[in-house]
Design a protein around this ligand. Structure first.
Ligand SMILES: *Cc1c(COP(=O)(O)O)cnc(C)c1O
Length: 409
């Protein structure tokens, strides 16, 4: 056990292993080494290189045996502290921080794929992940097979000996589809393959994807974790079930691709992580209240939110993610024109992309995030021109609701 795992539980007398709550752990994970000045928050080690007492110590560091940082492309104390906190919160074997969600996703997929391999995934994917697979990785001879991941049997039928992994998002954006993770994991593992999940839409402080069978978790920490949309970041969370994965990411890819998180960003995101649970609780309860109230407005044809009891994925989402359903709410209006008019009439809610900012945001995914896709491709992906996506923030719920109400009329 690393020193940083020994967080004392004040409820324990003498030795005891009673676990602390997630909110407590996020704040109280100590640094691997004591700061020279005992700074209470993690200093930003904005340094490229680290010095050694002798040549032998350099060998120990460069071979990875001592774990001491040598060069910040592959290790930095401030970034390591963020990784340690996420590792302790998730119970993972290893966590690697990247400079964006896409860097984490592309590196995790690159670690598993090679020419001649295939990835089984859904047509309901974050737009850049979809084009990473179907365009970028395709150029290197990696095939993408699109399955209905809510159908474990149909998914299983597409897995063969060349399947590198099955990749999915826990709540798809903007369709809000939820796959049965346990069923999917069983099907994937029965075929001897690996299950990788993008869990960006529900924080790992709320549920354990690994307990349901996920092998590798990827997160855009740009979203909930950064808090206030301060910085881009991504995490690869490795539960230690995939042979050679950690070595590939840490021992090869950080060196050769160079997409490691920077210390400034790790500092911002560590502060974000400390308030993640508190912010998430307010944002998800605002989202549920808002979704409930929006159902009453006649201009809105449909409110798509898995927290609503009439949503087809409601029960499954509650079972998998707990009582909260996140802060992404989609609404459908009668036409694209109405969506534009609505967005243009907002006074408080910001017209911006991004998810889980402190502020409430609105966007028309069809004409923005998915603008590079043809109408046929968007139809195939179930991205509709009548959908507005809302990311619900920390404002007073009445103010969010009133802005939407006035913008509709
Ligand atoms: C934003 C997002 C990404 C990409 O993350 P970046 O940090 O913007 O690179 C990937 N997956 C999902 C579900 C996202 O919402």
């Amino acid at each position: 056990m690393k020193k940083s795992e020994n967080i004392a539980n004040p409820d324990c007398k003498g030795s005891c292993s009673k676990p602390l709550g997630e909110a407590t752990k996020a704040i109280h994970v100590p640094y691997a080494r004591r700061d020279a000045y005992d700074a209470l928050s993690m200093p930003v080690y904005n340094a490229v290189a680290f010095e050694f007492d002798n040549a032998a110590a350099m060998t120990e560091a460069f071979s990875g045996r001592s774990g001491a940082p040598d060069y910040s492309r592959t290790g930095n104390p401030t970034v390591t502290n963020l990784e340690d906190r996420v590792r302790i919160l998730t119970g993972a074997k290893d966590v690697t921080a990247f400079n964006s969600g896409m860097a984490a996703i592309s590196n995790a997929l690159l670690a598993l794929t090679a020419h001649g391999k295939n990835v089984v995934t859904s047509k309901h994917l974050f737009g850049n992940t979809y084009s990473l697979l179907t365009e970028s990785l395709a150029r290197f001879g990696v095939e993408t097979r699109l399955a209905d991941l809510t159908d474990a049997e149909a998914t299983s039928a597409l897995i063969d000996e060349n399947t590198a992994c099955v990749y999915f998002e826990i709540i798809t954006n903007p369709q809000m589809e939820v796959a049965d993770i346990q069923q999917l994991a069983n099907a994937v593992h029965q075929k001897g393959s690996i299950l990788m999940a993008d869990t960006t839409t529900i924080p790992f402080t709320q549920f354990s994807s690994h307990n349901m069978g996920v092998d590798i978790e990827v997160v855009s920490s740009t979203k909930y974790i950064s808090g206030g949309a301060t910085s881009l970041g991504g995490l690869v969370i490795d539960y230690g079930t995939v042979e050679g994965f950690e070595q590939k990411i840490r021992g090869e890819q950080l060196f050769n691709f160079g997409a490691y998180m920077t210390p400034q960003v790790a500092y911002l995101q560590t502060i974000g992580l400390e308030t993640l649970d508190a912010r998430y609780r307010v944002q998800s309860s605002n989202a549920l209240e808002l979704a409930t109230r929006l159902q009453e407005l006649s201009q809105i044809k449909h409110v798509n939110y898995v927290g609503l009891s009439d949503n087809p994925y409601h029960k499954l989402a509650q079972h998998q993610f707990g009582k909260t359903a996140g802060a992404m709410v989609c609404i459908d209006l009668d036409s694209e024109k109405s969506c534009f008019q609505f967005i243009d009439s907002l006074k408080l809610i910001h017209r911006a992309t991004n998810l889980f900012d402190n502020r409430t945001l609105a966007i028309h995914p069809y004409s923005t995030i998915f603008v590079a896709f043809s109408a046929e491709e968007k139809a195939k992906m179930d991205v509709l021109n009548t959908t507005v996506r809302l990311s619900v923030g920390l404002e007073d719920i009445d103010d969010i609701y009133n802005d939407i109400k006035q913008a509709l009329t």
